[in-house]
Design a protein around this ligand. Structure first.
Ligand code: NAP
Length: 477
């Protein structure tokens, strides 16, 4: 039984839930404690109680703790990556890469703890001094999705702790193993009791208890648009700070002057790697007429060769989708696309492998229009659509015609078109000759429109969420 961490103690939950391997559903990874509402309240109580001392702790203490956590994650990346691939279904190299990223994030924020800055501003009143400083926000509720089980928790927990906040962390129910491993490492980093708490359990119970507790000063949420709307309504009603990272329907524009090989690589890796289960996945491939047929032929040839199998098997390029619900959703969208009149150029079939798992072949739709449901709604699986356009102007109009605005990419050899796209794309992140997915860990991450709300995550911009600006006036006597 893997327990919750509340007020520095490892505790059983009110019940337990099994963690399943999507590559082999007969493989039960372990039983994980499910916290009750009372236990969640106890974790919040502990975090509130620990806040005063932690907020005043020395920055060297915080820097050393975060650096140590990062070092242990990096040293154990293969073992932690194995757990991640086993419970989430991304391939072993992708999982090990994600774990390494989590380690780097902790080390980066260890450094950020030493770089907390303020400002001295001249006063309009002679002799008065004005200082602007950043103070920790308080107790942060962190609610994360299943698709990046260690990197997303890392990019929320590390800055929260670096800036002197206390944390109540609720991971996604489908991936408690990586969350528990991370909590285990944090629990040995020398933080005072209650500064960091892990409460595994369902969103409707544990998540809801976090959102509604007035002692939670801020909520950092990543997940679906539906849950994000709930987080926003509850936090806004009680005046708590919140940030939301939600879905995407990211366009990748291929202009007729694009280097074909680069464009095909960007499309295949952006749309299908990590089994397409990325908020930044390139799900709409917007392709200029002159290159359209060559591009489609090359992408179909490429995805036919992709090896779909057990996430931890050597040579696997695409693992299973995460669970039965996600598989059903992907297959439903394949049918929806066909019913809407799109051509299924390849894939979208349930696959059997040596073990029973949630395997589906990567799917490419052609002859699609941007107003089809498959191009409006986030599928969150290995499914992409091609939309044919005349030129740059039509491509940009189609790219921006979406409720989302997370990431947008363009493949072109024209500096003029690349520069124009960086300006014109209504997205928080723009990629030129790169896949829409795949970002650095030390720079801001986030979107526009329905994809995101609130201040940016990651890099030094994380301070915007995890601190409050205070203005102090002094008249020296
Ligand atoms: P989800 O169903 O919204 O769940 C996200 C988290 O919210 C989970 O921990 C979930 O707990 C919890 N939750 C569910 N209901 C809740 C409630 N009533 N109150 C409080 N918390 C609640 O999303 P998901 O299926 O895990 O993740 C996929 C989505 O995340 C996709 O839309 C994807 O685009 C998005 N995503 C966005 C980004 C980004 O940075 N923009 C990154 C990654 C993923 P349970 O697991 O217990 O249900």
């Amino acid at each position: 039984m893997y327990q919750n961490l509340i007020a520095g103690e490892w505790l059983d939950g009110a019940s337990a839930a099994a963690n399943h391997n999507p590559s082999d559903i007969s493989d039960v990874i372990g039983e994980y404690a499910q916290a009750s509402a009372e236990q969640t309240a106890a974790a919040i109580d502990a975090a509130s109680g620990a806040f005063d001392a932690w907020s005043k702790s020395g920055i060297q203490t915080r820097a050393d703790a975060l650096d140590g956590i990062g070092n242990e994650i990096l040293a154990r990346k293969d073992e932690l990556g194995d757990m991640l691939a086993r419970e989430e279904g991304k391939t072993l190299p992708e999982a090990v890469g994600e774990v390494a990223r989590a380690g780097q994030i902790f080390k980066f924020f260890g450094g950020e703890a030493l770089r907390i800055r303020g400002e001295s501003i001249a006063s309009v009143r002679p002799g008065v001094e004005v200082e602007v400083t950043r103070q920790p926000l308080g107790v942060i509720g962190i609610i994360t999705p299943w698709n990046f089980p260690i990197a997303i928790p890392a990019w929320k927990i590390a800055p929260a702790l670096a800036y002197g906040n206390c944390v109540v962390f609720k991971p996604a129910s489908l991936v408690p193993g990586s969350a528990w491993n991370l909590a285990d490492i944090i629990s040995r980093a020398g933080l005072p009791e209650g500064v960091f708490n892990l409460v595994m359990g369902s969103g409707g119970l544990v998540g809801d208890a976090i959102l509604n507790d007035s002692r939670i000063d801020g909520v950092s949420f990543t997940g679906s648009v539906t849950t994000g709307a709930r987080v926003s309504a509850i936090c806004a009603a009680r005046g708590a700070k919140f940030q939301l990272e939600m879905g995407g329907k990211n366009p990748l524009v291929i202009l007729d002057d694009a280097p074909l090989e680069t464009a095909v690589d960007c499309a295949i890796s952006g749309a299908f790697f990590s089994t397409g289960q990325r908020c930044t996945a390139s799900s709409r491939l917007i392709v200029a007429e002159a290159i359209h047929d060559r591009f489609v032929d090359a992408v179909v040839a490429g995805i036919k060769e992709l090896k779909v199998d057990d996430a931890r098997k050597a040579g696997t390029q695409i693992g299973p989708v995460v669970d039965q619900g996600q598989l059903d959703q992907d297959l439903d969208y394949i049918k929806t696309g066909q019913d809407e009149g799109a051509t299924l150029a390849w894939g979208g079939e349930r696959l059997s492998r040596d073990t029973e798992g949630y395997y589906i072949s990567p799917a490419l739709f052609t002859n699609t229009r941007n107003n089809m449901r498959i191009n409006r709604e986030e599928i969150f699986g290995p499914v992409a659509s091609v939309i044919k356009v005349k030129d740059y102007d039509e491509a940009v109009a189609v790219a921006n015609d979406t409720e989302f605005g997370l990431s947008a990419g363009i493949c072109t050899t024209s500096l003029k078109a690349a520069s124009a796209f960086k300006r014109d794309a209504k997205a928080g992140m723009v990629m030129v000759n790169l896949p829409t997915a795949g970002v650095d860990y030390h720079v801001p991450f986030g979107g526009t429109k329905g994809s995101s709300y609130g201040s940016r995550e990651q890099g030094s911009y994380a301070a915007e969420f995890y601190t409050i600006v205070k203005t102090a006036y002094t008249l020296p006597e």
